[in-house]
Design a protein around this ligand. Structure first.
Ligand code: GAP
Length: 511
């Protein structure tokens, strides 16, 4: 656990030192759970957005993108159910005065029991070696079975209590599981209460209920209310999708773990409209497609796992998360939800306007069903940054910190470095940049030794470093160093563009 916390701390301090992420309004000691993206962070963020947008919109003929307003008519949130049901159950520890999400305390408790099962399996592997039959072991080992039964019982009680809004039942479950506060170590808990997560503000200068509006807690509703506008103006035929990237706001009870859980964050969401009855087919399709999108980044297939929701949101008939192995352990990165026709029907009812589609093949009008994919941009950022951050000991015993960011996402694609500041080398370096800068973000660096400059580029994840030396002036060749292998090759300047493009193009990811 300590090691994991250390890893997160290291990533946070690296992000700050090199201009990826700063605490917001730091000169005023910051604002809780709010962060600013710096000069390199914004580049990385833009590249992640571009990867998502290209994969969703550019690669799918039947998906288009929009950019809707953050403020929406307040009835939107009544219709969507957020005013009444967008709550988290919270509980306070009376000794530490710390506040927790009751469901998260229970999830973490179950995760601990799951770890016990995995340890038991590991012991089995050690004991039986090649003869180990994991499937049989899991099905018969008494310790594994007892713990699996415990998890199931907690899951069942938690689901029932949350679904029926039985907050006393949630409290009792926390007590029965003997869950203690991680800070005080005590079981001195308050009762469980519901807490609405939406931020509200006043529209115009008149205060009062009529002018209360909300900062959107998800971008999805901007898509739903535009469903017919897009369908008609874009002549879209079902099945089709509408994608959007934008800010969302939630007054999170427990906002911590850096940019993992913030009160202002960004979502990349896509609502896929399909025929009623076909939603499970598309749910499976999008689970598979989104999983491939993540894995194409090469951060390691084992870093991801699916987690089915125990408590379905008020709008869903099936839902799962793609979890990522963050420095804090496996946590939700993306949600995939089969939202039925709930949202469109609610908006029909509250607005009095029909939100239906005429299906020419079926010769029938209906309210489409929706499968949603929703990934947090900031969580993607943290996944890429934390999985890429490595401390390496090199063959000669020296050390380096490298960000092995997937090249297509790296902020700078290439650094151009004149060996010295004289003899026309800087001018030659700038000439090379002039030939590359229309397609790639380049950095010019002439300060310090070449070795130090390489280390700097490693630390910010630049895939290529190009050195311009005296030989360059004679035969137009340069030395190109690869960030990951650290190998150096001599390359003709005329071949540089192709070489960089092959490595950093989004094409390498868009499978
Ligand atoms: N429209 C569906 C929806 O909003 P969600 O599971 O509540 O579903 C989707 O959120 C994704 O948004 C999450 O998987 C996560 O990546 C991101 N997200 C949610 N709350 C967040 C927060 N407080 N800070 C950062 N990212 C968040």
């Amino acid at each position: 656990m300590e090691q994991k916390e250390d890893k997160l701390k290291e990533v946070i301090s690296h992000a700050k030192e090199y201009g990826f992420v700063f605490p917001s309004s730091e000169i005023y000691d910051g604002l809780a759970a709010t962060y600013d993206y710096g000069q390199l962070g914004s580049e990385l963020k833009n590249n992640i957005k571009s990867y998502w947008w290209k994969s969703m919109v550019q690669m799918h003929e039947n998906i288009v993108g929009i950019d809707s307003a953050i403020f929406m008519h307040p009835t939107t949130w009544k219709a969507s159910g957020h005013v009444d049901a967008f709550n988290d159950p919270l509980i306070d520890n009376k000794d530490s005065k710390k506040r927790y999400r009751a469901d998260v305390l229970l999830e973490e408790h179950m995760e601990k029991i799951r770890l016990k099962i995995e340890k038991e399996v590991e012991k089995g592997v050690k004991r039986f070696g090649d003869d180990f039959d994991e499937h049989q072991f899991r099905a018969t080992n008494p310790n594994v079975l007892r713990n699996a039964e415990k998890i199931k019982e907690i899951e069942d009680r938690m689901r029932t209590a949350l679904e029926t809004n039985d907050l006393e039942g949630v409290y009792q479950l926390i007590m029965d599981c003997e869950i203690v506060c991680p800070i005080s170590g005590s079981r001195n808990w308050t009762e469980v209460r519901q807490f609405n997560l939406m931020f509200s503000t006043e529209l115009g200068s008149v205060a009062g209920d009529a002018s209360t509006i909300y900062l959107r807690p998800e971008t999805a509703q901007g898509i739903f209310v535009n469903f017919l506008n897009v369908q008609k103006s874009g002549r879209m035929k079902i099945p089709f999708g509408i994608a959007q990237i934008g800010k969302a706001f939630r007054n999170e009870i427990v906002a911590r773990q850096f940019i993992f859980r913030m009160r202002e964050f960004e979502q990349m969401e896509m609502q896929f409209f399909c025929r009623p009855g076909e939603e499970m087919k598309w749910y499976e399709y999008w689970k598979d497609t989104r999983s491939k999108w993540h894995k194409a980044l090469g951060l390691g297939d084992k870093q991801y796992r699916f987690h089915d929701h125990i408590k379905l949101a008020h709008y869903a008939n099936a839902a799962c998360d793609i979890e990522f192995n963050f420095p804090m352990g496996f946590k939700e990165l993306e949600g995939i939800h089969s939202r039925t026709d709930f949202d469109l029907k609610q908006h029909e009812q509250f607005s009095g306007k029909k939100l239906q589609y005429f299906d020419p093949e079926l010769n029938q009008n209906y309210v489409p069903f929706v499968v949603e994919t929703s990934v947090g941009l900031d969580r993607m950022f943290l996944a890429v940054l934390s999985a890429s951050h490595k401390n390496e000991v090199l063959e000669d015993g020296s050390e380096r910190t490298v960000l092995s960011i997937p090249p297509a996402l790296a902020p700078y694609k290439v650094a151009i470095m004149p060996l010295t500041k004289k003899d026309g080398l800087p001018e030659k370096a700038r000439e090379i940049i002039d030939g590359l800068k229309f397609d790639f973000l380049c950095q010019y660096d002439e300060k310090d030794s070449i070795g130090k400059r390489y280390r700097r580029q490693d630390a910010i994840g630049t895939p290529f470093s190009v050195t311009v030396d005296h030989e360059t002036l004679e035969n137009n060749t340069v030395t190109v160093r690869d960030r990951d292998t650290m190998e150096q090759v001599r390359v003709n300047i005329a071949d540089l563009h192709r070489m960089i493009d092959e490595k950093v193009s989004m094409r390498t990811l868009l499978v």
